[in-house]
Design a protein around this ligand. Structure first.
Ligand code: ADP
Ligand code: MG
Length: 245
């Protein structure tokens, strides 16, 4: 479904990605963990063509996305929804208008169909009755949900999540984790979740990949990660556990 091979990315003098290889099967969730500043967000941005890699190959549903025109990329982006770290909502638009935005972008005009789609998605994200609110009147968790609704309203086959639980309390984080799982089950979407929240990683991941010094240092199931005796992985896991305390 998503295949990344030998991906390299330099920004100025910094080598951010030094040869990343990843494969994600259809309908599966891959969690990418790694230290802050390690290039996780850069990796996600290259996956939807918001950043161009210096080297390497990215295929989405068998189609290479390297060197595509903006117009061709727009078609890819309809297949791949992304939830940005801050939610990236439009502050002057209501919940409903924010969620409808990608529908308008995709050329949908029929108000009845738009209303139907919004009603369905509000039910999925459990925000019925909140559609007239502005983002300023929503909690952090609700904003994430609206961002997520906007990312999935065009029914993408893949969803990329950048730190979906960052800045949320444990209870709200848990509800977001459940929502990620539910979307996977309900729509069979292929998901990539970038996080440094280990609890979230274990909750949502079918597989976990550890991005370390610009490469995938480890790739395995959550159980394999937990059993790993590799000192670098141990440091990361223990380091995060202390932070979580
Ligand atoms: N647009 C950019 N311009 C310059 N440097 C950037 C840009 N985006 C990211 N970087 C740098 O790339 C590195 C990786 O960033 P990022 O992918 O955001 O890390 P992570 O998401 O893992 O915390 C950081 O050193 C960051 O400063
Ligand atoms: Mg980031």
């Amino acid at each position: 479904m998503i295949a990344v091979r030998g991906l390299k990315k330099e920004i100025g003098p910094q080598q951010i990605l030094r040869g990343v290889d990843i494969e994600i099967g259809a309908g599966k969730t891959l969690v990418i963990i790694g230290r802050s500043g390690g290039g996780k967000s850069v990796l996600l941005k290259t996956l939807i063509g918001l950043m161009q890699p210096n080297e390497g190959e990215i295929e989405i549903e068998g189609q290479s996305i390297i060197g595509l025109s903006e117009r061709q990329l727009a078609a890819i982006r309809r297949k791949v929804g992304i939830l940005f770290q801050g939610g990236a909502l439009f502050d002057s638009m209501t919940v409903e208008e924010n969620i409808a935005f990608p529908l308008h972008e995709a050329g949908l005009r029929d108000p009845k169909i738009i209303r139907q789609k919004i009603a369905e998605i509000l039910e999925v994200i459990e925000l019925e009755g909140q559609e007239k609110k502005l983002p300023v009147n929503l909690s952090g968790g609700m904003k994430k949900r609206v961002g997520l609704a906007r990312a999935i309203i065009n029914q993408p086959s893949c969803i990329l999540y950048d730190e979906p639980t960052a800045g949320l309390d444990p209870v709200v984080s848990d509800s977001i984790n459940r929502l990620i799982r539910r979307l996977q089950e309900r729509y069979h979407v292929t998901s990539v979740v970038v996080t440094h929240d280990m609890k979230s990683a274990f909750h949502v991941g079918d597989h976990i990949a550890y991005l370390h010094e610009g490469r995938i240092y480890f790739h395995g199931t959550p159980a394999q990660l937990q059993e790993s005796s590799d000192p670098i992985i141990q440091d990361f896991l223990i380091g995060r556990a202390r932070v979580a305390d």
